[in-house]
Design a binder for this molecule. Structure first.
Ligand code: NAD
Length: 355
């Protein structure tokens, strides 16, 4: 069946890396007999230049009518002086809330061949790191009531979660685990927080619907420690918004390479928004040197989570691993003095490697 994909290249290196991801999806289409229709939309700085705002209602509507959204990155010095709601990053918030995306999937994946880039010792890394962090994206303390006393002598932020909000994110985590190694670690602070005690209760309840998945609970302070002490123990980590914000950055840093990591934001339906975790890297835009792998892996996640095309997603992921194992590197993952290839050539090598 034909899939309609909204493609938002954005700014900076966005067009360079998106181009490689789209071509990789075209390769999947030809290998597996699928039909992908790409609709190109503007958001971020590119949209400000064209329409005066980072995200138009029309663009959001077009994204909503797509089966999924693939995004490069937005922002850059050209728009740094814009005020609040006219900043390019507002496009991301507008898309996430407009598409009802409450779940953020952040894989922290490190290939053995790139272990030099990790700040961790090789004895800790073992065969490589492969963790999926599932972060609740639209609730918790970031969205609770905010108060600042009139004399500024105190302030508060309300942390609130409903059963429904916990239930739906827990299901996303267990669904992800079913496609992986079938283990979920739920991270909370149930020894102190009431919201965490409810979180633990609801997650435990949801686990009953997934008897094949092993569940354990961990306090967030311990989880932060375990991520650097023994990251191989984790498969899927599910946690609330703020804990997830912090732990997903920690997990991505231990892999050592920002140009390699993808992310997915999901809602209650099949549609998601898929993007690299890095920004628009204006310092290297348009030079054919950006690493396209994070965006290509984001496209693979789209196949897996929005279109249920697991074999196709794996074909891309395996090709990336094969290319890395064969020694091909963009400059950001090359060792000092080692040769490297450009954005387009990296994309081509991956497509050549796909079976
Ligand atoms: P950044 O991620 O763009 O860049 C940080 C460093 O990593 C830079 O040295 C950059 O060259 C390098 N880098 C990033 N992606 C790379 C890749 N694919 N290959 C090789 N090197 C890569 O973060 P920043 O410099 O803090 O932000 C630049 C702009 O991006 C800002 O306008 C910021 O607001 C925006 N931003 C956008 C997003 C997004 O669209 N999701 C996320 C973060 C930052």
């Amino acid at each position: 069946m034909k899939k309609h994909i909204a493609v938002i290249a954005g700014d900076g290196i966005g067009p360079d890396i998106i181009n490689e991801a789209v071509q990789t999806l075209e390769k999947v289409a030809s290998l597996y007999g699928h039909e992908f229709e790409f609709e190109y939309l503007l958001a971020g700085g590119a949209s400000i230049d064209e329409y005066g705002v980072p995200l138009t209602d029309e663009t959001l509507e077009r994204a909503r009518s797509a089966d999924s959204v693939l995004l490069g990155a937005v922002g850059g010095p050209k728009w740094d002086k814009m005020e609040g709601k006219l900043r390019p990053e507002k496009a991301l918030l507008g898309l996430r809330s407009g598409l009802g995306l409450f779940c953020n999937l952040r894989p922290a994946l490190m290939y053995k061949a790139l272990e030099d880039a990790s700040p961790l010792k090789s004895s800790i890394i073992g065969d490589g790191i492969d963790i999926m962090i599932v972060r609740e994206l639209t609730g918790g303390i970031y969205f609770g009531e905010k108060t600042l006393a009139s004399d500024s002598s105190w302030a508060s932020d309300l942390m609130k979660y409903s059963v429904e909000e916990i239930d739906r994110i827990a299901r996303k985590a267990f669904d992800a685990a079913m496609k992986r190694r079938r283990k979920v670690t739920s991270v909370d602070k149930a020894n102190v927080l009431e919201t965490s005690r409810l979180w633990r209760k609801v997650v435990t309840e949801v686990a009953k619907d997934y008897p094949e998945v092993e569940l354990n609970h961990m306090y967030v302070d311990n989880a932060a420690m375990q991520l650097v002490r023994n990251p191989m123990q984790f498969d899927v980590i599910v946690t609330e918004n703020m804990f997830g914000d912090i732990l997903s950055d920690e997990a991505s840093m231990i892999t050592g390479s920002i140009g390699m990591l993808s992310s997915a934001s999901l809602g209650s339906g099949r549609r998601g928004m898929y993007e690299p975790i890095h920004g628009s890297a204006p310092d290297i835009a348009g030079k054919d040197i950006a690493n396209p792998i994070a965006t290509i892996l984001s496209a693979a996640s789209m196949l897996r989570y929005s279109f249920d095309m697991d074999a196709e997603a794996e074909a891309i992921e395996n090709a990336v691993e094969d290319v890395i194992n064969a020694g091909w590197r963009t400059f950001d993952i090359a060792r000092d003095g080692e040769g490297h290839i450009g954005t387009k050539e990296m994309g081509e090598k991956i497509r050549e490697m796909m079976k």
